[in-house]
Design a protein around this ligand. Structure first.
Ligand SMILES: *Cc1c(COP(=O)(O)O)cnc(C)c1O
Length: 384
């Protein structure tokens, strides 16, 4: 039986032909393809400004740098997210304050955020985990009430909308990822979105060593001036060429993901031990970066016992060539953070459950119905 991977990027002749261009003309970094990718992306999500960078991690870092986050500051971060969301706070010398997540949505528990805010809090990072939009109405109201800026970790958020608006456009900035596990990919890559033109200019400078335009209107032979210390977080034109090709099929990619997610919803509805992703309000749209369920046989409540049984199920699926994965990790379970902040992982029960009991199922737009049927059949047979 051929293997069914957890994810597979949709790459074909379009990307192959696209990368030939920068290789042929020799403009391989921060050139016309980067500009074109930014324009296509901005138009797709409805952002006035989109700034390409080397990854979502570097996008998040620049968003915090632009807010002036530094030593002594605190930033509220969901406890269940990819480690990068917390690492960028550390990169600024600030402290991530972890907030538990809601175990039905895997997104930050809105009611718990308030308790994480202290006089040292400088920002909130909101994550749209697995492509599910967070409740931006409630979160923006809360942030506004405290006068705190929101940075959106929309690494998984491509195609996700809340109240009709694409995620990444509610806070001061949205940060997107083009890692191969995300909906569209450039290998590695990221994008910042903002509605603020001055902030967009600052991002363009910060990604390019802090370079600004020559102030004296000098010729192209003069190097730019440098007003602040910046970074080299540029995207290459080779990556951006792939990005432009991916944007050309963005609707197809998202439609395929939605089709197979809906098919799981329908065909797994009879499995009482598997909690499928919760419904969204009718004016919200899931990006379907990942289809993440919760292993939850009725009656059994002990997380450690359930964790062992979930792992046995995932091993059995792997044995049949079907890849599943833990949804993501709880940062509050990772040694580096547990040690540094003396955390008790069990005091974040939502994140604890997300780490120990979540199960992502194979999902990619070019999946076949036969592959999808095999996953459904194996779950039905092997489940408790
Ligand atoms: C993938 C991911 C990141 C990191 O994105 P990179 O582009 O790999 O740096 C950050 N946050 C979340 C929630 C992610 O899923």
């Amino acid at each position: 039986m051929p293997k069914i991977p957890i994810a597979r990027p949709l790459l074909d002749e379009a990307e192959l032909n696209a990368v030939a261009e920068p290789l042929a003309d020799g403009w391989v970094v921060q050139g016309p393809r980067v500009r074109a990718f930014e324009d296509r992306f901005a138009a797709f999500v409805g952002a006035p400004h989109a700034i390409a960078v080397s990854s979502c991690t570097t996008a998040l870092h620049l968003a915090l740098v632009a807010l002036g986050i530094g030593p002594g500051d605190e930033v509220v971060v969901p406890a269940l997210t990819w480690v990068a969301t917390a690492n960028v706070v550390e990169m600024c010398g600030a402290r991530p304050v972890f907030c538990d997540v809601n175990s039905a949505t895997w997104n930050v528990d809105v009611d718990a955020v308030e308790g994480c805010i202290t006089p040292r809090t400088r920002a909130l990072i909101v994550v749209h985990l697995f492509g599910r939009p967070a409740d931006m109405t409630a979160l923006m109201a809360l942030a506004d009430a405290h006068g705190l800026p929101v940075v959106e970790d929309a690494a998984c958020g491509f195609g996700a909308r809340w109240a009709g608006r694409h995620v990444g456009l509610f806070g001061v900035s949205g940060c997107f990822s083009f890692h191969p596990r995300k909906a569209i990919t450039t290998g590695e890559g990221g994008m910042l979105t903002t509605t603020d033109g001055a902030l967009a200019d600052r991002y363009r400078s910060l990604r390019d060593h802090g370079a600004s335009r020559p102030r004296d209107g000098g010729g192209p032979f003069l190097l730019p001036t440098f007003d602040e210390v910046g970074y080299n977080y540029r995207l290459t034109d080779i990556q951006a060429a792939i990005g432009v090709a991916q944007m050309g099929k963005a609707d197809t990619i998202l439609a395929g993901r939605r089709r197979f997610a809906a098919r799981y919803d329908e065909r797994l509805a009879g499995l009482t031990w598997l909690l499928r992703p919760a419904d969204l309000p009718s004016d919200a749209v899931h990006g379907q970066q990942s289809y993440v369920c919760r292993y939850a046989p009725p009656g059994e409540l002990d997380v450690d016992a359930l964790h062992a049984r979930r792992n046995a199920l995932m091993a059995a699926l792997e044995g049949e060539g079907i890849q599943t994965r833990q949804g993501t990790h709880a940062v509050t379970l990772l040694d580096v953070y547990v040690r540094k902040y003396a955390l008790d992982p069990r005091s974040f029960p939502g994140a604890w459950a997300g780490d120990r009991l979540s199960m992502a199922l194979p999902l990619y737009p070019q999946m076949t119905e036969a592959e999808h049927d095999r996953v459904v059949d194996a779950l039905t047979r092997l489940g408790p």
